[in-house]
Structure formats: C-alpha cells, structure tokens
Design a protein around this ligand. Structure first.
Ligand SMILES: Nc1ncnc2c1ncn2[C@@H]1O[C@H](COP(=O)(O)OP(=O)(O)O)[C@@H](O)[C@H]1O
Ligand SMILES: [Mg+2]
Length: 399
C-alpha cells in the first residue's frame, strides 16, 4: 500500500522528550549570576517583608521562564520550614493578551472557580480591577507573587503594570492583609524603553537582564540535555559544537539550539543512519530557520497580514515588485477578505517599512531620472509560498 509499517524502536533517541521546550532541566547551567540576582531580589519575602517588584527581560530562549519556574519551586519548598509565611504564586502567560484589560481578566480568573469565570469582555475595567483586589485581600496567604510572563504583548496598553505593583502602596490591597509582588517578564528588548515612566517607577524595583548565550554556554547546555536524550555514542563529536556555534551566532537562544539538535537527530533517524553527524545538522539548519520565520509571521499584527496578502495577490498576477500606490490599491480590496478595518495609505507605508525591516519584504529605491526624486518598490524577501502557508492556516482565507 506504499506505507511503511510502524515499528517500535529507535536507533538514535533514548528519550526525545528531553529535548522538548517543556522539559525542565534539573539544573540551570551558565546562569549563576542571574540566578543569584533573582534570588536576592526575592529574599525580602523569605524575611517576611514586602516583595520587591521585578522586571526580567531578555530575548527569547535565554532561560527566563525556566529560571522563574525553578526559583518559584524552590521558594515554595523553602517557605514550608518558615513559620508565619505562606506564599501563593500565580503564573500567567500573557502571549496574545494585547491589552491590560485582557491580562486583568485572565489574572482574576485564576482566583475564580470554573463557573465564576469572567468573560473576556463586558465588564468595565475598574470592576475587573476591583475583583482582583478583592481576591488578593481574601486569599489566605501572607504573600502573593503575580508572575506575568511574556508581558510585552500588552505593548503600550500597560496600565496593569502600573496598578498591580502599587496595589499595596495605594491601599487597594492593604499589606497587612496580603503582601503583593509582581514579576514581569519580557522577551522584547525595546519593551523596557517603551514603558511609561510611571510604570517603570512602580514595576522596576529590580531589573534583571538575561543576556543571550554564547557558543560555549550553549555547548554545555546541549551536552547536559543530549546525555539523556540520545542513545550513548550516537552523536558524532562535532555535532554539539557545530549546533552550538550556529545557534550562538544566530540568536544565542537555547531554545533554537535544542530545536536544531533535535531536528538533526530526527533527520538521522528518518534516514536510518547509525549516528548523527555534521551533515544532519547542516540539513536541519534551514528547516529550523524556516520554522522561526513562520512563527514570526504568525505573530504579526492583523494589518501586516492583510498587507502581505495584498502582495501575494500581486505576486499571483506577476506584478511584483510593485510601488506603494499599487500595493495600497490591492490592500484595500484585501481588507474585505479579512474583514479588517481599512487603514490609510500612510499606515500601510509604515507596515511595508516594518515588514522590510523584519526581512519579509525586500525594498528597492528607484530614481525617476531627469525629473529627480525617487520611489520605492517592494517584493517578497522570503518565499511567497511560506507566507501563503502561514496566512492560510491563520485565517482560513482562500488564497
Ligand atoms: N541555562 C540553561 N540550562 C539548561 N537549559 C536551558 C537553559 N536556558 C534555557 N534552557 C532551555 O531552553 C529552552 C528555552 O528556555 P526558556 O526559559 O523557555 O526561555 P525564555 O523564557 O527566555 O524564552 C527551555 O527548553 C529551557 O529548558
Ligand atoms: Mg519564556
């Protein structure tokens, strides 16, 4: 029937789940200084004092989430031995929550039972904050730590980062009832600069930066994981150094390094190879890159998706590269497909510029000859098929 039978057995992986993102390593390597800083920022809690608010930032894949999980676990264990201390930690991932309101609702719901959940819209924002203060006051703990991971999604709508960290100060939640601390975690480097001054003042008692890993650090992180993930001796000697070098140069992300190592192993396994070697890593590299581009494409704002769709239409008619005006005409038609609001051509000019900066489009400047002046033409900077795939899966639009 053309299909190979499924047979158990794996000549490469001992336990491939160890390479997954969700796997928590036993120890966090190469982050001693950052962990020390993190722990000392939390020390006041253990002393029974009010928590300091913490802002943790660094690009994706540098260990922010895993470090936080480990430290909170540790805190929960150690507090058991201390009288009159009861720390309650609430951790939410704010990815896709683009307003403070949405974050407040998600947070409030963590204190509410299933049949009391707040709907995503419908309440005045003040009411949602009121609910939150009530929950925080009522909880039977001395301390509450609110961990807002990937908080950069809220962008400029950062009111919650003002309200939460100061709820003890302004009496919304009297510290005698519950001492509240906020840990805001951001993947986005520029988010820190964007924060309004009042937010910086209340949230950033402590700022902790997680820098990207260099190749040496990635090598030791990969070694630790590979030991249990792969069958003994199936990794050729140059595989980890090469994987670490590629990821170190490109992103400094442990997540990317682990993905690349997994993919190399996966390719070796499908090839029926007895070991994983350099060629498997080389083959895996473009696939991982493409995956990264895809996820970046997915997370673009809706108006960028509409703009890209317009370019796809022009591409289908063989009309790329195209001038801004032409793209804008096509964009206007595209808005109805997406049921999107129609923005001005200035906004779309901006979008085109953003998309070029990110490398999804490439731009050329054309001179108008004797008349002087110049204009821009755009075309795709990545394979159009890739963009089409992403858009199709995203909005189920027929393209
Ligand atoms: N220092 C480290 N030691 C071991 N594994 C790490 C380390 N840093 C990151 N990782 C692993 O890399 C992946 C990404 O880490 P994560 O904490 O999710 O990154 P971030 O939250 O900064 O995006 C996870 O699988 C994590 O276990
Ligand atoms: Mg994270």
């Amino acid at each position: 029937m053309g299909l190979e039978p499924f047979t158990p057995g794996d000549a490469i992986f001992e336990d491939e789940d160890i390479l997954r993102d969700s796997h928590q390593p036993e120890t966090l390597l190469e982050r001693e200084d950052e962990l020390k800083e993190y722990q000392s920022a939390l020390q006041p809690i253990i002393n029974g004092a009010r928590p300091r608010n913490i802002f943790l930032y660094g690009q994706t894949g540098v260990g922010k989430t895993v470090a936080t999980d480990m430290i909170i676990d540790r805190l929960q264990i150690d507090q058991e031995k201390i009288d009159n201390l009861d720390i309650h930690a609430v951790n939410i991932i704010c990815k896709n929550l683009t307003t403070s309101y949405q974050v407040a609702v998600k947070l409030a719901n963590r204190f509410r039972s299933k049949d009391e959940r707040l709907p995503p819209t419908g309440y005045p924002p003040d009411t949602v904050y009121e609910f939150l203060w009530e929950h925080l006051k009522e909880i039977d703990s001395t301390h509450v730590l609110l961990i807002l991971d990937e908080i950069d999604a809220v962008g400029e709508d950062d009111n919650i980062l003002y309200e939460l960290p100061r709820c003890n100060d302004n009496g919304n939640v009297p510290p005698e009832m519950t001492k509240v601390g906020v840990i805001g975690i951001s993947n986005n480097f520029t988010f820190r600069e964007q924060l309004s001054a009042r937010v910086t003042d209340s949230l950033c008692d402590e700022e902790i930066h997680f820098p990207p890993y260099d190749s040496d650090q990635l090598r030791s992180i990969l070694r630790q994981r590979a030991k249990r993930a792969f069958i003994d001796d199936v990794l050729e000697d140059d595989v980890i150094p090469l994987t670490a070098a590629i990821a170190g140069q490109e992103s400094g992300s442990a997540r990317q390094a682990l993905k690349l190592l997994f993919k190399a192993g996966d390719i070796a396994r499908s090839d029926g190879a007895e070991s994983v070697d350099e060629s498997h890593v080389r083959e895996a590299e473009p696939l991982i890159k493409e995956g990264k581009v895809k996820s970046e494409l997915q997370s673009l704002p809706a108006q960028s998706h509409v703009t890209l769709y317009a370019l796809l239409r022009l591409h289908a008619k063989d009309e790329l590269p195209a001038k801004t005006g032409k793209i804008y005409e096509e964009y206007k038609k595209a808005t109805s497909h997406f049921e999107a609001e129609e923005k001005t051509d200035r906004t779309i000019r901006n979008r085109l510029n953003q998309l070029s900066l990110k490398g999804f489009l490439s731009v050329d400047e054309k001179n108008m000859g004797a008349r002087g002046g110049s204009y821009y033409v755009y075309q795709f900077g990545v394979r159009p098929k890739l963009i089409q795939n992403v858009l199709e899966n995203l909005d189920r639009v027929e393209i």
